[in-house]
Design a binder for this molecule. Sequence first.
Ligand code: AMP
Length: 282
Amino acid sequence: MKLVHTIKEVRTQVKEWKKQGLTVGFVPTMGFLHEGHESLIKKAVEENDKVVVSIFVNPIQFGPNEDLEKYPRDLDKDSKLCQGAGAELIFNPEPAEMYVNHAATFVEVEELTNGLCGEKRPGHFRGVCTVVSKLFNIVNPDRAYFGEKDAQQLAVIKKMVNDLNLDIEIIGCPIIREEDGLAKSSRNTYLSAEEREAALVLSRALNKAKEHLFSGEKDASKIKEVITSEINTEKLAKIDYVEIVDSEILKPVNSMDSSSLIAIAVYIGKTRLIDNFTWRIS
Ligand code: AMP
């Protein structure tokens, strides 16, 4: 496995593979990798001849008061995880490699970014879509893998790829959780022992919602109430949002149907965590 830092090195390697007729899978990440990222890499390895992982903490997707500076980083550990999972190339650029001075071109997906994290984190998806477009242009993959953990991001990237006629298949991968139910996240590392315990309220609230769904409750406002009151039992938790939307267009729904997404964002102390559940009935 190779670790490279420049766009030129990625292009040279990928061109070489493409000349040999090999397919390329791509997993974009911000590093500090865990089993959630690993599951994406392993799926990409299964489905492609070669796999590229990018590790880049993208400054333009962080708001002014967010955690860009303290975002956790560990390139050695990440390299080992990528190698173990079967990736062939890590692209780890410096911000200056990705952003020339005075860049004036950004990619913005409208409507789908109006609610949920898009509403709470202005500019976030503009930053995500811009960097993902740039990475797609650099890596030129056949397939790219994204976690359902970031359900809005997955829907937005699918829409962007469709709208811009990018010839890349976007594959969503299930949420990987800790044994006690907490969705794995690089940001879990910010939690103190007490907050780590409190963070279980996210998956617990979603599980309560599931119980109500499975016993026939279809009213979205009732399901939201179940979630809200469960989260409010935890004194370290502060709700950022609890929403039920259509999983593709991300517009709020009144009644649960075959593809409703329950998405929540909750502060545990100062750490903002997200989780979700998609109600799929075939
Ligand atoms: P990040 O490094 O947080 O930007 O995440 C990179 C990719 O890994 C995104 O597509 C995330 O949705 C995905 N991811 C992060 N956490 C998980 C998880 N617990 N399960 C599945 N995918 C995940």
